[in-house]
Design a protein around this ligand. Structure first.
Ligand code: PLP
Length: 391
């Protein structure tokens, strides 16, 4: 007899892997209302606190009045409205590329782009900790997939050697992240660039958690490390530090024209709402102002405060390179127990479990934003200390 949904759900429950959605009765902000309680949010990727800002709300409302809520069709039919074009022009200026293309999500950007770039006989090489969207895009492409252990560039080199020797004419794409979403560490990019140039491969860099956070004006890690010109395909999302929704690819005009013709998640999906495109454009422009840069600096002050205040016995590392601070706990049950205890004390910190991370590396994933107060950060550190002491 075929297995039922119920039996699969029971299995997940028994392994501590069942997920449920929780509904909030307030905007995406630091203080959120859930079941009539106010809780302090340390789980959001809204790193600059823009999602509920007047700036983005005004841009969205203006676009709503001018363009309505929906786009009506895919971009290639009649869905490209002025806010989409304006967002793409702003993104290309921001990333200093010839062109940009927006998608309905970062996931759609990754899946559509990798599956357009590569096919059977091509090769995609990924860091082991790459996000599911990159993995799914690679799988969908039908290309050979090779994975190198996290940041292990000797192995990347041997994969590239193998790929170029075995498939001299193949398109080879190295896909990786600048800030890893569940670990918060960064890729050193100079060695990757050297390798991809040596083996005539393309580099796709997902800056989902770096845009708005790293590099002057939040342009991302490639700018921070001075290799932005060597990244062939800049990918990212408008949904995290930019406080809106959607994904993007920035690069050459030929790349963007190619994706317009080949990326199925772009071609066969209704264009994102013009309201969201206008909000995202306002965020991209805000980052380039002195106020935007100040907001980014505030985020970094909070990250440094957390480094100082989180007890050494709890920290997995003493220096953080992004706004994502993982506390590795091992078992799912342990991570869930601590997340529940934190929630009882009024702090929302998610337990991240398999399959998002490896089975034995369940963790708490704390995210900081520019809008957390010093008191809120200190209170979380004290509460964590007390909970760990009781374990
Ligand atoms: N890439 C990374 C590294 C991510 O963490 C995410 C978001 O979860 C995505 C891509 C997908 O972006 P989006 O949420 O806009 O679909």
């Amino acid at each position: 007899m075929a297995r039922s949904f119920e039996s699969e759900l029971t299995d997940l429950q028994e392994q501590g892997l069942l997920r449920r959605v929780r509904t909030f009765d307030s905007p995406q902000a630091i203080l959120m209302k859930c079941d009539g309680r106010e809780i302090i949010n340390f789980s959001s990727n809204d790193y600059l606190g823009l999602a509920d800002s007047d700036l983005l709300k005004t841009a969205a409302k203006t676009a709503l009045d001018e363009f309505g809520s929906g786009s009506g069709s895919s971009r290639l039919v009649c869905g490209t409205l002025a806010p989409h074009a304006q967002l793409e022009a702003a993104l290309a200026r921001f990333k200093n590329t010839r062109a940009a293309l927006s998608f309905s999500s970062g996931y759609a950007a990754a899946v559509g782009t990798l599956s357009a770039l590569c096919h059977e006989g091509d090769v995609i090489i990924l860091d082991k900790l790459c996000h599911a969207s990159l993995i799914d895009g690679a799988r969908l492409s039908g290309a050979f997939i090779r994975v190198f252990p996290h940041l292990h560039y000797d192995k990347l080199e041997s994969h590239l050697k193998w790929a170029r020797k075995s498939y001299p004419d193949a398109r080879i794409v190295v896909a990786t992240e600048s800030v890893f979403s569940m670990d918060g560490d960064c890729s050193p990019l100079v060695p990757i660039v050297e390798l991809k140039n040596r083996f005539d491969a393309l580099l796709l860099l997902d800056e989902a958690h770096a845009i708005g956070v790293l590099g002057k004006n939040g342009r991302g890690l490639a700018f921070d490390q001075g290799v932005e010109k060597d990244v062939d395909i800049h990918m990212g999302t408008l949904s995290k530090a930019l406080g809106a929704a959607g994904g993007y690819i920035c690069g050459s005009q030929a790349l963007v024209d190619f994706l317009i013709n080949r990326a199925r998640s772009f071609i066969y999906s209704t264009a994102p709402s013009p309201v969201v495109a206008a909000a995202a454009k306002a965020a991209v422009e805000f980052l380039q102002t002195s106020e935007g840069e100040q907001r980014r600096q505030l985020l970094w002050q909070n990250i440094q405060l957390m480094e100082r205040e989180l007890p050494r016995s709890i920290q997995d590392r003493t220096k953080y390179s992004s706004a994502i601070l993982p506390l590795i706990l091992g078992s799912s049950q342990r991570a869930l127990a601590i997340a529940d205890a934190l929630l009882d004390e009024g702090f929302l910190v998610p337990a991240i479990r398999y399959p998002t991370v490896a089975r034995d590396s369940a963790r708490l994933r704390i995210t900081l934003t520019a809008t957390h107060s010093r008191d809120q950060i200190s209170a979380l550190c004290k509460t964590l200390n007390a909970i760990y002491a009781k374990l």
